[in-house]
Design a protein around this ligand. Structure first.
Ligand code: XMP
Length: 509
């Protein structure tokens, strides 16, 4: 195991991810985890993440200096390096200039960390502080024109520091460098697999749950399905699933969930038909955050009513992923601002009084998919594009009515079907239709029409935190447009969204 001490960086979880990509188990822990506790866990290495603060600022996250005496190899990245140097008695000061972005770095490759790397390559920097008077304790391994100690090694202990970020894709050879640390310096053998993670989770869930009952909200998507499958493998019929049909689902979604469930699980499924309750709560609401809040609140109410009927329920399992946590600004140590209120993250546990089980909280989407495959879930489900908790409501811009939702649902089904038929569905990461809150003029036969506009959105992305619009073939777009206009009543125009994230988001609301 490698532990990442999280000092609040946006990329802390990404570091863990990069380590797992090299088949070494890696987990995020608090930055101030005590040396005694770390000794008990007995990891093969520690990586200290970056962070938004200056380590000399009042209240800046610190570490237990005892970690330097454990004999465990340590790699400090950016803030992680500065806070270590400071704890070891060096001085950290504001730099003369902030260094940000791509920088050419020159390094000494005659050491375990830079072994096999070129003498100079591009790294990605983002810092304002610098460390001074290092020489008594550290040797410099690399420099850039602005930073005389871009990489350092302690003279006696296995402590390394990098001023740049090896975990981001903008740094060349970052994977090689992290690999050198975890294999050459920490001595990890790289035999961890997603199946080991599943086994570990199953054991933990069994121990934690005992004979008690767990309820799990199913949404039809891969995250909640994988969560349910994992729970089912751990505790079998002690699991009860709840599926809320909020009337905001894609075409055929409810039927598909019912079918897949009966194929894979021999335990209770409660399907709640709550479309009217959601429509009532959304009546007259057009502002996006207000929609999300109304849906989140209704979801809690509906869920609570249903859960109350399961008397012995003690735990609630949720398929929250890492990007959900970060986009809701929910990382307690993190600096990330709330961009959208994600209804599957905020509020539920406290309101419901259940203990939470979130086995996917540290994973990225593609890791969850690999887990789903390992757990034997069908391909159609595993490769289903993500669908937001508030569903079609945030794709039906403006006021929500049953008729408008039906129009959107039909258009979306035409688009999705065409993507499937042309083998394009698996090549893009998320594609859907959006119903705009405006009418435009058209001509059909000899008559003037004044009808709705559908926007198509399709994105290519690794992690949904950044995304590019998909360069879909023109003939595909043309077929989809013609089919929607011909077959979906009340639509006379189709447009294609060519914005990337950032500055746009994937969803329109
Ligand atoms: P954005 O629009 O923020 O979307 O670029 C990033 C990813 O998150 C999904 N998304 C949500 N998922 N509840 C969810 O479970 C939500 O409230 C929510 N809002 C956006 C979105 O579909 C995309 O995959």
């Amino acid at each position: 195991t490698i532990l990442v001490l999280d000092f609040g960086s946006q990329t802390a979880q990404l570091i863990a991810r990069r380590v797992r990509d090299q088949q070494v188990f890696c987990q995020l822990v608090r930055h101030d985890l005590s040396a005694a506790r770390i000794r008990e866990i007995n990891p093969k290495g520690l990586i200290l993440s970056g962070g938004p603060a200056s380590c000399y600022a009042p209240g800046a996250p610190q570490l237990d200096p005892g970690i330097f005496d454990l004999g465990i190899p340590i790699l400090g990245i950016c803030y992680g390096m500065q806070v270590s140097c400071r704890a070891l008695g060096c001085e950290v000061k504001p730099g003369k200039s902030r260094e940000f972005g791509h920088t050419e770095m020159h390094c000494d490759t005659d050491n375990a960390l830079f072994k096999g790397l070129p003498k100079s390559f591009t790294t990605w920097m983002s810092h304002g502080d610098r460390v001074e008077n290092l020489d008594t304790q550290f040797v410099v391994l690399a420099k850039t024109s602005d930073c005389p100690n871009a990489a350092i090694r302690h003279r006696e202990k296995p402590i390394y520091g990098l001023q740049f970020h090896p975990e981001v894709s903008h740094t060349q050879h970052g994977e090689h460098l992290l690999g050198n640390f975890i294999r050459n310096i920490c001595g990890c053998d790289g035999t961890w697999k997603i199946s080991s993670f599943i086994e570990q989770q199953i054991t933990e869930i069994r121990e934690r749950v005992g004979k008690r009952r767990v309820i799990c909200g199913l949404s039809g998507g891969v995250d909640s399905s994988v969560t349910a499958a994992l729970l089912y493998q751990s505790i079998g019929s002690q699991l009860t699933c709840i599926f809320v049909d909020n009337g905001l689902l894609r075409k055929g979604e409810r039927e598909q969930v019912e079918y897949e469930f009966s194929e894979h699980f021999k335990t209770d499924l409660h399907v709640v038909d709550a479309a009217d309750r959601f429509l009532d709560a959304l009546a007259g609401v057009s502002e996006p955050q207000a929609k999300r809040k109304a849906i989140g609140k209704t979801f809690i109410d509906v869920f609570k009513d249903e859960a109350r009927q399961i008397d012995d329920a003690h735990f609630l399992a949720q398929g929250t992923l890492y990007p959900d946590v970060i986009e809701s600004g929910g990382n307690p140590d993190g600096p990330s601002a709330t961009i959208k209120y994600h209804h599957n993250v905020g509020g539920l546990p406290a309101e419901l009084g259940f203990e939470l089980i979130e086995p996917l909280r540290m994973l990225f989407k593609d890791e969850v998919r690999r887990m789903g495959q390992e757990l034997g879930l069908p391909d159609g489900l595993i490769w289903r594009h993500p669908f937001p908790g508030p569903g079609l409501a945030v794709r039906c811009l403006g006021e929500i009515t049953k008729a408008r939702l039906d129009t959107l649902r039909e258009a979306d089904a035409v688009f999705t079907e065409e993507l499937h038929e042309t083998g394009t569905y698996r090549k893009v990461q998320q594609a859907f239709a959006v119903l705009l809150p405006l009418q435009t003029v058209g001509v059909m036969g000899d008559a003037r029409t004044y009808e709705d506009v559908i926007a198509l959105r399709s994105v290519d992305t690794d992690n949904f935190m950044t995304a590019d619009w998909s360069k879909l073939p023109y003939d595909l777009l043309q077929r989809v447009s013609t089919k929607i206009i011909n077959s979906v009543r009340g639509v006379n125009r189709v447009v294609y969204d060519i914005s990337s994230k950032p500055p746009s988001t994937i969803e329109w609301e």
